[in-house]
Design a protein around this ligand. Structure first.
Ligand code: G4P
Length: 292
């Protein structure tokens, strides 16, 4: 399995982010609630230095509710202020302001002692591609968002979105690259659709997904496709192909097509709310179909 990556893009994004970091007090890091570890790049820890941190488990609407709570606790246990959000619908967005204030409590207190009052906190959103950064920024800004620095005479420089009297948000997010040289990470990113389709075929993806589902989400395939689940992933795929009448011209089963259905259904949460990584027990049991 090979994933394409572009070192040039990555180092440029990293440089830009390092510049932006100098301007802010707090980092709002988005991860995908279905794969909180694989959608997180540990490089951010070193880049962030001692900045305040908020971690948002975005797309929580697609992930398992009980795992969402466990992940929130997990990150809180690591000292983050964590929250669950659905940026698409706006759920949980209002709590983010409080989370930012909470994360910056020590800084606000330090400023107060120095006599600095009412200086807005400056925040920046970071995350891997497709995690929902733009959707989140639009959602938290709302229509009434006022841009500062966008006045006549101010032509260059950063655009800040004033969220309220206490918080300003940089309007461009920082892009983190996932650690997709790790194959498990690559598989999980491919399953949620963050890696280009042609890099991994849907047949391999669906077999890994089926293996995982029959172990951790028993009954999900039965409920969706009306099949009897087997311990052999290929048998489940064949059963789905039959149920969905996925046939090639000669009448042979079209397993690629059935695979595509299953992976799409997972991405759209039609197989239920599924989380691929568990905090106490990373999903190391997923069988990786490594062919090369
Ligand atoms: P990025 O800036 O980090 O690259 O991500 P972006 O906001 O473009 O979001 C990527 C995709 O994820 C979008 O879907 C967006 O609608 C979806 N998304 C973002 N946040 C959430 C969320 O909390 N829940 C759900 N279910 N989806 C979310 P898309 O397929 O590119 O477009 P569309 O489906 O909105 O048409």
């Amino acid at each position: 399995m090979h994933f394409q990556w572009y070192p040039g893009h990555m180092s440029k994004a990293k440089r830009m982010m390092q510049e932006d970091m100098k301007l802010i007090d707090v980092i709002i890091e988005l991860v995908d609630a279905r794969i909180p570890l694989s959608s997180k790049n540990p490089d951010i820890n070193q880049m962030a230095g001692s900045k305040s941190r908020v971690i948002l488990l975005n797309k929580c609407d697609l992930a398992d509710d009980s795992q969402n709570l466990k992940w929130k606790e997990y990150f809180e246990g690591q000292g983050y202020i964590a929250a669950l959000v659905n940026s698409k619908k706006g759920d949980g967005i209002r709590k983010v302001n409080d989370a930012v204030m909470e994360a910056c409590k020590a800084k606000i207190e330090r400023d107060r002692r120095k006599g600095i009052l009412n200086r807005p906190l400056r925040a920046m959103v970071v995350g891997i591609p497709n995690v929902g950064k733009s959707t989140f920024i639009n959602s938290i800004s709302g229509k009434a968002a006022a841009k500062t620095g966008n006045k006549p005479g101010v032509t260059k420089g950063k655009q800040w979105i004033k969220l309220n009297k206490s918080i300003e948000l940089l309007d461009t997010p920082g892009i983190l690259w996932p650690k997709f040289e790790d194959q498990q990470v690559g598989l999980h990113l491919a399953l949620i659709g963050s890696i280009r389709e042609d890099i991994l075929n849907s047949y391999d993806l669906s077999l890994s997904l089926i293996t995982f589902l029959t172990k951790y989400y028993k009954g999900a395939l039965t409920e969706r496709y009306g099949i009897t689940e087997s311990d052999i992933p290929e048998e489940n795929l064949t059963a789905v192909a039959k149920k969905r009448a996925c046939l090639l011209k000669g009448g042979e089963l079209d397993l690629e097509k059935a695979s595509g259905f299953i992976v799409d259904d997972f991405r759209n949460a039609k197989l239920g709310k599924v989380t691929l990584e568990f905090p106490a027990e990373p999903a190391e049991d997923v069988v990786l179909p490594i062919n090369d």
